[in-house]
Design a binder for this molecule. Structure first.
Ligand code: AMP
Length: 227
């Protein structure tokens, strides 16, 4: 964790694959001026660069299973130690297990810090399946689009940075179903974990992107988190 005289702001975006975490994180980065720490993106970078971690992670990712906690926690902590995280971070896709949540709490507590809020984007199983099958992602900035529900202005080009969009290989139907089941089994218990710590803000993730933003803004205001 970088040394800082500020109290950094840490937000978690919780929700199944395709719940809209990436889309909302993209907006929150600008709104709050914080970096996005997306564990899935970090793993994909490792796979692309053929690092040892990337090679270990790939088989889990290909089948939609979670990468073991030990590897995931070390990778995220390394990312958090970089200078651009000194004001805090928006976590997207991390933590995904109670073990990861505990490790994050411990790491923050060492500095006297804590999570400010957990935004839980709630979307039913069938809607997640439908969303993932039409998903397009920016290869450079991580911007997320959907062929019919949130199309980019120009087909195949990112609205935010103009780079090429691609479809993830793990967005194929067999893997998608497993990723959602893995979410229900291993990540959904985090709702209770954060509810018990009075950090959970439930948001209806089936609304339009703009309506979800309004709801998130309301939740942030309630917690006195202002840009
Ligand atoms: P995502 O882009 O968040 O959907 O993540 C893609 C894949 O990366 C997941 O299906 C997992 O295999 C792996 N992954 C991402 N984040 C985590 C995490 N916090 N814990 C374990 N595995 C993860």
């Amino acid at each position: 964790m970088p040394d800082t005289i500020f109290t950094p702001t840490y937000l978690i975006l919780l929700g199944g694959p395709g719940a809209g975490k990436g889309t909302q994180a993209q907006w929150l980065m600008v709104y709050l001026g914080l970096v996005r720490v997306a564990s899935g993106d970090l793993f994909r970078e490792h796979v692309r660069s053929r690092t040892e971690l990337g090679q270990s992670a790939q088989r889990y990712m290909d089948s939609g299973e979670l990468v073991p906690d030990e590897l995931t926690i070390a990778m995220v902590m390394d990312r958090l130690s970089r200078a651009d995280c000194r004001y805090g971070a928006i976590f997207d896709g991390f933590p995904r297990t109670v073990g990861q949540a505990e490790a994050l709490d411990c790491a923050l507590a060492e500095h006297g810090w804590r999570i400010a809020t957990v935004i839980d984007l709630q979307v039913p199983f069938a809607t997640l399946m439908e969303r993932l099958s039409g998903r397009w992602i920016c290869s450079v900035c991580g911007g997320t689009f959907h062929a019919t529900m949130n199309p980019p202005r120009e087909v195949g080009r990112c609205d935010f940075c103009g780079n090429a969009l691609y479809q993830r290989t793990d967005d194929k139907p067999e893997t998608v179903a497993n990723r959602i089941q893995v979410y229900m089994r291993q990540t959904a218990p985090l709702e209770l974990y954060y509810q018990q710590r009075d950090l959970l803000d439930l948001i209806d993730g089936t609304q339009s992107v703009a309506a979800v933003q309004v709801a998130i803004r309301g939740a942030l205001t309630q917690r006195r988190l202002h840009p």
